[in-house]
Design a protein around this ligand. Sequence first.
Ligand SMILES: [Zn+2]
Length: 80
Amino acid sequence: MILMNINYLEGIFLEDENIVHMCPRCGEKNIIIYEESIECTVCQLEFEKKDIKVLEKSLILGISEKLEFIRSILGENKNG
Ligand SMILES: [Zn+2]
């Protein structure tokens, strides 16, 4: 039997955590699942699976949000 790689990886990764199958922000289940992240079709935010596994939902930031956060720390907040 032939399985696609991504299904195989998800099978391992998601063993007991169906939570990765929904958006941590809005709970939407219509999400795109990548190897290491998921993308919500509603929020249009991408979240890393490793974050979803270890963090409280309220603490999980989307990848783009994390980048903004890092930029603000580095003081590169340019207005315009
Ligand atoms: Zn969402």
